[in-house]
Design a protein around this ligand. Structure first.
Ligand code: GUN
Length: 291
């Protein structure tokens, strides 16, 4: 039987686990505060940000939303981040990526106070994570670690293949998988668009993390019996539905499920965990700034 990994359930456990800490901080006059900044009219980005705000409300984190027109001057975004850095009621800052082309992404990432960088994207925080003493682990890889832990997936000594080399998922995921603890110690390969024989790598893997942003391109014939498959993809593909699209992952679910030992669905797998770990990082940021 293939385990269908229930990200909604594990994310609910993570949120429940944060309740006591949020209560203690709030009672002490330090209600955790998260700012989300959106400079995009991409409907998917708008949806992500509004879900993050809803999550905050559910667990008692204050959220503040700043929205900038996609054609606003880049300085407006830099100034917004500066203001939020200086605001004592804001403990975490998330600038939804991607930002428009006329904005210097690296400048934005560098400008967020590392202590408030709940995405873990600031170079200082990336460096700390790579060096093995993370302050904030990036939310998606951290959430995947929690899912693997919840389902007792052994990574120590396992062959792990990460498909995709993004700064947000692929690179940090591979980094966490090679670390000694916790939940690391995997022999880890990163595959990408120039990999010669992707299927040879994925067939040799005990754990496959698919994060390339290509709809349904990991198929069952590319996997070995019993492999754990983690699907990070959230691709909107045209479909005859009310919204005119449906969400599909980077994994062709049906064919992969037939061989996998465990698999995350889309939606309901990794997505809820990414959001839960954002709350986790916000609580950590608040504790550290007020403790
Ligand atoms: N865009 C896609 N994923 C993310 C994320 O985890 N954080 C931010 N800030 N933007 C994203």
């Amino acid at each position: 039987m293939t385990d269908i990994i229930d990200g909604n359930a594990v994310a609910a456990d993570v949120r429940d686990g944060l309740g006591a800490a949020i209560g203690t901080l709030t009672d002490a006059g330090h209600t955790p505060g998260l700012a989300t900044v959106l400079m995009s009219d991409d409907p998917a980005s708008e949806t992500y940000v509004s879900m993050k705000q809803r999550d905050c409300a559910e667990v008692g984190i204050e959220s503040r939303h700043v929205e900038l027109a996609p054609d606003a001057p880049a300085e407006d975004l830099y100034d917004t981040v500066d203001d939020l850095n200086a605001d004592p009621e804001i403990h975490g800052i998330l600038v939804q990526m991607p930002v428009p082309d006329h904005v210097d992404t690296r400048r934005v990432l560098r400008s967020v106070d590392p202590a408030k960088d709940v995405d873990g994207f600031h170079p200082e925080n990336v460096g700390r994570m790579v060096a093995g003493h993370a302050r904030f682990k990036p939310c998606t890889p951290h959430g995947i670690q929690k899912l693997l832990e919840a389902y007792d997936v052994e990574t120590a000594g396992a062959e792990a293949v990460v498909v995709g080399r993004s700064d947000i998922v692929g690179k940090p995921m591979a980094n966490l998988l090679i670390q000694k603890a916790p939940l690391g110690n995997a022999t880890t390969t990163i595959c990408h668009s120039r990999t010669e024989d992707l299927a040879a790598h994925t067939r040799a893997a005990d754990v496959v993390v698919a994060a390339a942003g290509v709809p349904e391109f990991i198929t069952g014939d590319m996997l070995s019996e019993g492999t754990t498959v983690v699907d990070v993809g959230v691709n909107r593909v045209e479909a005859d539905t009310e919204k005119g699209y449906e969400l599909v992952g980077d994994v062709a679910f049906e064919s992969a499920e037939a061989v996998a030992g465990a698999i995350t669905p889309v939606p309901g797998g990794v997505g809820p965990m990414t959001r839960a770990m954002l709350l986790w990082n916000t609580v950590k940021a608040t504790s550290e700034q007020t403790g």
